[in-house]
Design a protein around this ligand. Structure first.
Ligand SMILES: Nc1nc2c(c(=O)[nH]1)N[C@H]1C(S)=C(S)[C@@H](COP(=O)(O)O)O[C@H]1N2
Ligand SMILES: [Mo]
Length: 409
């Protein structure tokens, strides 16, 4: 028996022509790819915005208005990411035979260029898959990794958007040609399209090539799947879709008509939150400490506002909150309403036990220490005895089970 030679093995590796589906081709790839590119761009911009809302840079003062802004940008982020999943799968399916293309130009320079192009596509595919997979896991609140979701999701986003721009620039001529031809006309390889524009070519006429009616069906099916994915999940942030979105991770239900992100139990806050001896500590800029129990907080002038919880994970919901403006509470220590305030909770386990309230939020009287939700005392899991609610803030900063407010000197 003779050992297989390199040539034998090479013969066994498929070639692009081995995959004969006529639905594949640049016209399908280009149309799906354009939709995917738009979805990625929306994801990128709204994602960048989310990082700004977490940590406003000094040149971009993000304040309490418009109150629903983060709800809209983050809802859009998760909706466009969801739509991108079927688009990416079909896009990869439509081009994967090219993985098996042998280099055209086997000179050193040709091989180098080819390797560079493949490496850039590798970066694009790898980063795209990572972005959608990590985003999806985040939506279902599963963090099966050790790295910081936020930093990594952002860093890889730059790789994705950078390699996407390079990819579009490289493919622009192909994209132009593919859009010029109707989706369901026969013939679609790059060569076929080139031939169609070259009237002297004497190859097989386009009409004689295998039927390609399936291509439109694939395109329609792809867009329909993307639309369906959106419909089935968008109700977690779009109120009138709530009943339609059976796949929504947070269906909008929960005690007091509001979903719960982390329970008191999982935060290790139950005992302190239910302690009848609870007092809120307020530390002034000069170190003055004031203690207020829940009755004293209730005796202060109350405000009621309709404001959303807008979670980074893509669910959001408006609710009616009643409580005391934070600026009135810190005023008891003599602090200026234009102060930054550090919020500490009773949480003993996990992230988000504390948050920072910048002065632009503190001075707004809708920024409150809420005591009631939808007309009832806060339930334990919504932050009893008191929690922060401020307009236009990411949900993670709406700290529950507050025990201490510290005015920044
Ligand atoms: N102390 C504390 N507060 C917290 C959290 C937390 O983990 N710990 N989760 C936040 C997140 S991520 C969200 S979206 C909101 C959700 O509020 P809800 O559970 O009352 O709906 O609470 C925020 N407040
Ligand atoms: Mo959240």
């Amino acid at each position: 028996m003779r050992l297989p030679t390199v040539e034998d093995i090479e013969k066994r590796i498929p070639r692009p022509e081995t995959f004969t589906s006529q639905s594949r081709g640049t016209r399908l790839t280009t149309r799906v790819g354009t939709a995917l590119g738009i979805a990625f761009l929306i994801c990128f911009l709204t994602g960048l915005w989310s990082h700004f809302q977490y940590d406003p840079p000094s040149w971009l003062p993000i304040g309490p208005d418009p109150t629903q802004l983060y709800r809209i940008t983050q809802g859009t982020h998760v909706i466009s990411g969801t739509a991108a999943v079927p688009l990416l799968l079909v896009k990869l399916w439509s081009v994967f035979p090219r993985l098996f293309a042998r280099p055209h130009d086997t000179t050193k320079r040709g091989l180098l260029l080819e390797s560079l192009e493949r490496a850039s596509i590798g970066a694009l595919v790898g980063s795209s898959v990572f972005m959608l997979a990590s985003g999806l896991l985040n939506i279902v609140q599963w963090y099966p990794w050790d790295f910081s979701f936020r930093r990594t999701h952002e860093a890889v986003a730059w790789i994705a958007i950078g390699s996407l721009l390079v990819h579009i620039a490289v493919k622009l001529p192909v994209i132009r040609r593919a859009f010029a031809a109707p989706i369901d006309e026969p013939g679609d390889s790059d060569e076929a399209i080139a031939r169609a524009s070259d009237t002297t070519a004497s190859d097989t006429p386009l009409e004689d090539q295998p039927d390609s009616a399936g291509r439109r069906a694939v395109l329609v099916g792809t867009f329909a799947s993307a639309g369906l994915a959106v419909l089935l999940t968008a109700g977690q942030t779009v109120p009138f879709l709530r009943k339609v979105s059976v796949f929504a991770v947070r269906d909008g239900d929960g005690p007091q008509d509001l979903p719960i992100n982390r329970t008191a139990r999982s935060a290790g806050a139950t005992a302190s939150a239910l302690d009848p001896a609870f007092v809120l500590e307020v530390v002034g800029a000069d170190g003055t400490v004031i203690s207020l129990d829940r009755e004293q907080l209730k005796a202060m002038p109350q405000q009621t506002h309709r404001l959303p919880i807008a979670c980074v994970e893509g669910w959001s919901r408006n609710a009616t909150w009643t409580g005391v403006p934070v600026r009135d509470i810190i005023a008891l220590t003599g602090a200026d309403p234009r102060s930054d305030v550090k919020v500490r909770s009773m949480q003993t386990r996990g992230a988000f036990a504390t948050s920072e309230l910048p002065a632009v939020f503190v001075e707004d009287d809708r920024t409150m220490l809420a005591l009631e939700l939808n007309g009832q005392a806060l339930s334990l899991d919504h932050g009893y005895p008191c929690r922060i609610i401020a307009p236009n803030r990411p949900g993670v900063l709406q700290t529950k089970w507050v025990r201490r407010l510290e005015v920044r000197a």
